[in-house]
Design a protein around this ligand. Structure first.
Ligand code: WTA
Length: 632
C-alpha cells in the first residue's frame, strides 16, 4: 500500500489533501491495488438518492488483492492463526498459500452446488477458519455473503434468509463456547422450515454431535470439497457490485441489510487497518470480535488479509478456562496489535490483575477498543495493565454502515485522551448539527454527528429497500449522512462519542433496536403492550429494561417474566434477553398516544429525582405506580 502516516504533521497534511482534493487523494491510495480494469472516475455521488459510486466502472476481485497480488512475497507467511476454544486442542497456523488453496477449493465446491455470481449465501458459523474461508470463497466467485452471528435464534436467522432470498446456507454441526457445546445445525433446520429459497446447506463438522442431514439439501463440508479442483478463477467484479450484506438493528423493528460493495470497501479497510494500527510487515494482529459483526468482517478478515498481515482468530470466550485466556494468547503468539471491546475489558477488569500478572504482554505495540464508548476507568485499566502504560490505545469509532474506522487516533501519532476517539481519519469530513440541522461550527460544541462527504467504504443501500436507506440515514438532515450518534467536539477539536440519540441501545457492544425487542416481547400471548429502554450497566455498558403490560390472569408474575425472557431468546437470541422486566399497570403516554421513553429511561436508570414535566401526559398517575414498583 501507499505510504503510511508517520507523524502528526503528516496526518494533518494527509487530512488536508483528502479534503481539498478527495479524488486525487483516493486515486493515489487505490493505485496500489490490483484492478482488472482501472476506474473511469474516482467518485460519483449525491446524498439525496443516495447514489454513491467509488472507482466507477473499475473491475476487480478482492481475493486477487489478498492472494495473487502478494503471493510471491507472502506465500509461506501465516495468514490466519486459529486458536481453538479448548487450549488443549491443536491450533492451526494457516499460511497464505494454504488459505488460498482452501478458498479456491471451497469456491469450486459452492459452484458445484449451483451458487454463482450475485447469489446470496448465508454464513451461520462458529469462529473457525472455515468461516473466513466461506466469506473469501463467496468473494472469489462473486456470491454475496451475509454472515449471521451464530448466537441469533432460528427466527432471526429465518428473517435474514427471507430478506435476502438466500440460495445457500453454510453452517456447522455445533459450536464450542467455553465449557459448553452449542447446537448450530438444529437452529438452521428450524429456520429453514420458515423459508423457501435455500437449495443447499453445507455443514462443517466441528463438534461431531449427531445432527440430522436432509437428503438432497444438506451436504457435509468435507464431502463438498472432496475431488473438486483447487484452482478457481476470480470472478470479474464491478467496483460497485455487492460484496456482502450485513444485517444490523436500527430504530425500527426490522433489522436492515447494510450493503457494502467491492472496490471502495477494499480500499478503505486496507487503508484504515494499516494506518490506525500502524501495522508493519511481520506483525501479528488480533481482533477478538466475532465474524458475525462488522468488526470481524473489516478487521479480522478483509483489512488485515489485504495488508498481508497475520490475523489471529479465536474460537472461545475471554474467561475460559480462566480469565487470563486473552493474555495467554497474546504471549503465545506474540501479538503486536490487540483490538477488543470495552465490555470485554470491563468484564476482565472485574477479576482484578491476578489473571494478568503471569503474562509478559511485552510483544504488544498497540491496543484498541471498538463498539461502544469506553469509560475512563476501563480506559485507564486497559492502558496501564495491558498496554503497560506504553502502548497507544486507539479508541476507534465507526459503524456497520461506515464499513471501516472513521474517528480514531493514529496509533502512537495522535496524542490520546481517555474516552475520546480523537480525530477523523483522512477522507472523513465530519459535521456536528443541532436538532434543526444547523451546523455547529468551531470547538466546544455538542450535537448530532453527521458526515458530509462520501468515503469509499460507506453503505450503498439497505438490501431490497433503498427508500429505507434514504429515510434512515439521509433524510434527517439535508445532504448529510446521519450516524445516529451524539458527539462532543472539545476545546482541542477532539471528538468524544456520547452514545446513540435514537432508539438503539448498545448491549455489550451489540446494537439492539428497542422496537425489535418490544416486537419480540409482544409475541408472548399474555403481553398487551411493552416499552423497552436501555439503562447503565457496569459490564455491558447498557442493559435492557422492559416495562410490560400483561394480562395476568392465572399466572404468577415470576413465571410470566421467565416466559417473556424465553420468548425474546427464541425470537432474537440470548443477546436480546432483557436484564429486567417490570410488569406495569400502564405506560406513560402523551395525548397523541406516544410512549414517553424519556420518563422510562429515568426510572430504569434510578434517576427519579427530577422527572421533568409530566403534567401533559395522558396518564400521569402511572408514573408514580411504575416508580414504586421499579425493579432496581
Ligand atoms: C457505537 C461497530 C463510542 C456507536 C463497529 C455506533 C462507539 C455503534 C464506538 C455502531 C466508540 C462504536 N465509541 N461508541 N469507539 N464504536 N460505537 O454497527 O453508537 O455494531 O453508532 O459497529 O456503536 O455499532 P456497530
Amino acid at each position: 500500500m501507499s505510504d503510511k502516516i508517520q507523524t502528526l504533521t503528516g496526518y494533518f497534511h494527509e487530512y488536508g489533501k483528502s479534503v481539498t482534493n478527495p479524488e486525487e487523494f483516493w486515486a493515489k491510495i487505490a493505485d496500489s491495488f490490483h484492478w482488472q480494469k482501472r476506474w473511469d472516475k474516482v467518485v460519483e455521488w449525491d446524498f439525496k438518492g443516495p447514489n454513491v459510486k467509488w472507482f466507477v466502472n473499475a473491475k476487480l476481485n478482492i481475493t486477487e488483492n489478498i492472494f495473487e497480488r502478494n503471493m510471491y512475497t507472502l506465500g509461506d507467511k501465516p495468514a490466519i492463526i486459529w486458536e481453538p476454544n479448548d487450549p488443549k486442542e491443536q491450533n492451526q497456523i494457516i499460511t497464505y498459500k494454504e488459505l488460498f488453496h482452501r478458498v479456491n477449493q471451497f469456491a469450486n465446491a459452492m459452484k458445484a452446488q449451483g451458487v454463482g455470481k450475485g447469489d446470496r449465501v448465508i454464513i451461520y458459523m462458529p469462529m473457525i477458519p472455515e468461516a473466513a474461508v466461506a466469506m473469501l470463497a463467496c468473494a472469489r466467485i462473486g456470491a454475496i455473503h451475509s454472515v449471521v452471528f451464530a448466537g441469533f435464534s432460528s427466527s432471526a436467522l429465518a428473517d435474514r434468509i427471507n430478506d435476502c432470498s438466500a440460495k445457500m446456507v453454510l453452517t456447522s454441526d455445533g459450536n464450542f463456547r467455553g465449557a459448553k457445546s452449542i447446537p448450530v445445525k438444529p437452529v438452521v433446520d428450524e429456520a429453514l422450515e420458515k423459508t423457501s429459497t435455500v437449495e443447499k446447506v453445507i455443514v462443517y463438522q466441528r463438534t461431531h454431535e449427531n445432527v440430522s442431514m436432509k437428503g438432497g439439501r444438506d451436504i457435509w463440508w468435507h464431502d463438498a470439497i472432496d475431488e473438486v479442483p483447487d484452482v478457481c478463477k476470480a470472478e470479474e467484479m464491478d467496483s460497485e457490485d455487492m460484496l456482502f450484506i450485513l444485517y444490523t438493528s436500527g430504530s425500527t423493528g426490522k433489522p436492515k441489510g447494510v450493503v457494502h460493495t467491492c472496490g471502495g470497501y477494499m480500499v478503505y479497510t486496507n487503508y484504515s487497518f494499516e494506518n490506525v494500527f500502524q501495522y508493519s510487515k511481520g506483525d501479528v494482529y488480533w481482533c477478538t470480535a466475532d465474524v458475525g459483526w462488522i468488526t470481524g468482517h473489516s478487521y479480522i478478515v478483509y483489512g488485515p488479509l489485504l495488508a498481508g498481515a497475520t490475523t489471529v482468530m479465536f474460537e472461545g470466550v475471554p474467561t475460559f478456562p480462566d480469565a487470563g485466556r486473552f493474555w495467554k494468547i497474546v504471549d503465545k503468539y506474540k501479538v503486536n496489535q490487540f483490538y477488543t471491546a470495552p465490555t470485554a475489558i470491563r468484564a476482565l477488569q472485574a477479576f482484578g490483575t491476578d489473571p494478568v500478572s503471569p503474562y509478559k504482554l511485552d510483544s504488544l505495540k498497540v491496543i484498541g477498543s471498538v463498539g461502544e464508548p469506553i469509560n475512563e476507568e476501563a480506559w485507564h485499566w486497559y492502558h496501564s495493565h495491558i498496554g503497560k502504560g506504553k502502548c497507544p490505545l486507539v479508541d476507534t469509532w465507526w459503524q456497520t454502515e461506515t464499513g471501516g474506522i472513521m474517528i480514531s487516533p493514529i496509533a502512537g501519532i495522535t496524542p490520546t485522551k481517555p474516552s475520546y476517539a480523537t480525530l477523523p481519519l483522512p477522507g472523513i469530513q465530519l459535521v456536528i448539527v443541532d436538532g434543526d440541522g444547523k451546523e455547529l461550527q468551531g470547538n466546544s460544541v455538542e450535537g448530532n454527528l453527521c458526515i458530509k462527504y462520501p468515503w469509499p467504504s460507506m453503505l450503498r443501500t439497505t438490501y431490497g429497500d433503498h427508500e429505507r436507506c434514504k429515510q434512515t440515514y439521509f433524510s434527517t438532515f439535508k445532504n448529510l449522512y446521519f450516524t445516529g450518534d451524539g458527539v462532543k467536539r472539545d476545546e482541542d477539536g477532539y471528538y468524544r462519542i456520547l452514545g446513540r440519540v435514537d432508539d438503539v441501545i448498545n448491549v455489550s457492544g451489540h446494537r439492539m433496536g428497542t422496537a425489535e425487542v418490544e416486537n419480540a416481547i409482544n409475541e408472548h400471548p399474555k403481553v398487551v403492550e411493552s416499552a423497552v429502554v436501555g439503562f447503565p450497566h457496569d459490564i455491558k455498558g447498557q442493559g435492557i429494561y422492559a416495562f410490560v403490560i400483561c394480562d395476568m390472569e392465572g399466572r404468577s408474575e415470576e413465571n410470566l417474566i421467565a416466559e417473556i425472557k424465553e420468548t425474546v431468546n427464541k425470537i432474537i437470541g440470548p443477546i436480546a434477553r432483557p436484564d429486567h422486566i417490570q410488569i406495569v399497570p400502564g405506560l406513560p403516554k402523551t395525548r397523541s398516544g406516544k410512549i414517553m421513553r424519556r420518563i422510562l429511561r429515568k426510572i430504569a436508570s434510578k434517576d427519579t429525582d427530577n422527572m421533568g414535566d409530566i403534567s401533559t401526559l395522558l396518564n400521569p398517575e402511572v408514573v408514580e405506580a411504575i416508580k414504586e414498583g421499579a425493579k432496581l
